[in-house]
Write a protein that binds this ligand. Structure first.
Ligand SMILES: Cc1ncc(COP(=O)(O)O)c(C=O)c1O
Length: 432
């Protein structure tokens, strides 16, 4: 971490620690450094951290790691080579392809491995836009998409596309009627995420797909956050294209999938060799693919627990926070949420300050998406939901995974209560 970043962390630590409040105005780097380590805080951070930022990324699971290592150490052949090294790698890639296909109810020939959610989203949008499968240049998406979609839509606009961004209300859900009303004779693609990465709100993708199908329009969904958290079946959803990402389901970063329904023609985004049946050029990331296959199998096994035990833990966390802290509100309609996400606003608290203070107490949470945090821009998702600026600023995302325990959840609620009280006291001291 850069020196300035450490300093910032330490300042917030001090700001939440009133016995050292006097140090705030006169800090120099050596003092910060000294305070930080003399307080034993560095050691504490290493020992007992709790991770509730699983929507940003997840820990690679042990069985996933074990499965991958063999394909770096021993079976390191190129999956396109005809010798034994290559053919063993090929067999493992195809085995993983079947596992991922099973997870989303697809045929394995419809699964294309990519470098992650961002590439899958880019491939879907650019691939349809360039395909010319029907005349037109109009794309419909929503205001609450991940930047992998929103920035790609901006790039499409420069390339001549017309984009309609469907709004959402305070529930955080898109209304299918708004999508239907936006369709024109020139609409070629509808892209609506399955579940939002900041709020966890599940979108009515099945209803929107039905509208798209009736009008002969290609339908894409970014299911990066929903896969592995709730049942995701491409046929039930009725989508033509679906993006998913390995690192959200305990596989490594840098591996993902684009599901391409049989019969849908896309212009490849990556050009080069004829890998992935000429749909995505580039030597296959065999260890990553093997890891994703193993993670997909685990995700299938764990789905019942995800929708029951993890949802109960999330509800327990929320109830606990409400009991201990006044002025806590849900962002988005709770009945439509993924089981592992709680996006809450804390009255009178700055989300960024809370994230840093929590981190210094050994708890990782976030203010929204990892891509947005750090930029100090307010969350475009919460803004699109029409929330007041102070509610947006006071928002925190707690995102759980299969491995979190009740003891961890209790510790997080207790820590958050302490942090909230300190930050509120500090705010009174500074502003009153
Ligand atoms: C909804 C959504 N789409 C796309 C992505 C990008 O996926 P990746 O990090 O694999 O590129 C993310 C990652 O945070 C996401 O949450």
């Amino acid at each position: 971490m850069a020196k300035e970043d450490w300093k910032e962390f330490a300042i917030v630590r001090l700001a939440t620690d009133f016995t050292r409040f006097d140090l705030l105005s006169s800090l120099t780097w050596p003092e910060v450094n000294g305070y930080f380590y003399s307080s034993g805080f560095g050691a504490f951070m290493i020992k007992s951290r709790i991770y509730l930022d699983n929507s940003a990324t997840t820990r690679v699971d042990e069985p996933v790691l074990e499965a991958m290592v063999r394909f770096m150490r021993e079976v390191y052949g190129n999956a396109s080579s005809i010798h034994t090294f290559g053919q063993e790698a090929r067999a493992a890639v195809e085995d993983a392809r079947r596992a991922v296909a099973d997870l989303v109810g697809a045929d394995s020939r419809e699964i294309v491995f990519t470098s992650g959610g961002t590439e899958s989203d880019n491939t879907a949008l650019w691939g349809v836009f360039r395909s010319g499968y029907r005349p037109g240049n109009h794309v419909i998406t929503t205001r609450i998409e991940h930047p992998a979609i929103l920035a790609t839509c901006k790039a499409l606009e420069y390339a001549g596309a017309d984009i309609t961004y469907i709004p959402v209300g305070s529930s955080g859900r898109v209304d299918p009627a708004d999508v239907a009303a936006a369709i024109t004779d020139r609409t070629i693609l509808i892209s609506v995420m399955h579940a939002n990465n900041e709020t966890g709100i599940i979108q009515p993708v099945r209803e929107i797909s039905a509208i798209a199908r009736e009008r002969g329009i290609v339908m894409h969904t970014d299911a990066v956050q929903s896969v592995g958290k709730i049942p995701v079946n491409v046929k039930e959803l009725g989508v033509d294209l679906l993006s998913l990402s390995g690192h959200k389901i305990h596989a490594p970063k840098g591996i993902g999938v684009l599901y391409i329904r049989k019969g849908v023609k896309l212009v490849p985004f990556m050009t080069g060799g004829s890998h992935e049946r000429k749909r995505r050029a580039g030597t296959e990331n065999v260890p990553g693919i093997v890891g994703l296959g193993e993670a997909a199998r685990l995700a299938m096994e764990r789905l019942p627990e995800m929708t029951a035990r993890v949802a109960a833990l999330r509800d327990h966390l929320e109830a606990n926070l409400r009991d201990r802290i006044a002025g806590v509100r849900d962002n988005g309609a709770p009945e439509y949420r993924l089981p592992n996400i709680a996006n809450l606003s804390f009255e009178g608290i700055e989300g960024e300050a809370a994230v840093i203070a929590m981190d210094l107490e050994g708890v990782a949470v976030s203010t929204g998406s990892a891509c947005a945090s750090g930029s100090l821009e307010p969350s475009h998702v919460l803004v699109a939901m029409g929330l007041r600026p102070e509610v947006v600023q006071g928002s925190l995302r707690f995102s759980l995974c299969y491995h979190n325990t009740e003891a961890e959840i209790d510790a997080v609620a207790e820590t958050m209560a302490r942090v909230a009280e300190r930050l509120r006291r500090l705010a009174r001291r500074v502003y009153v």
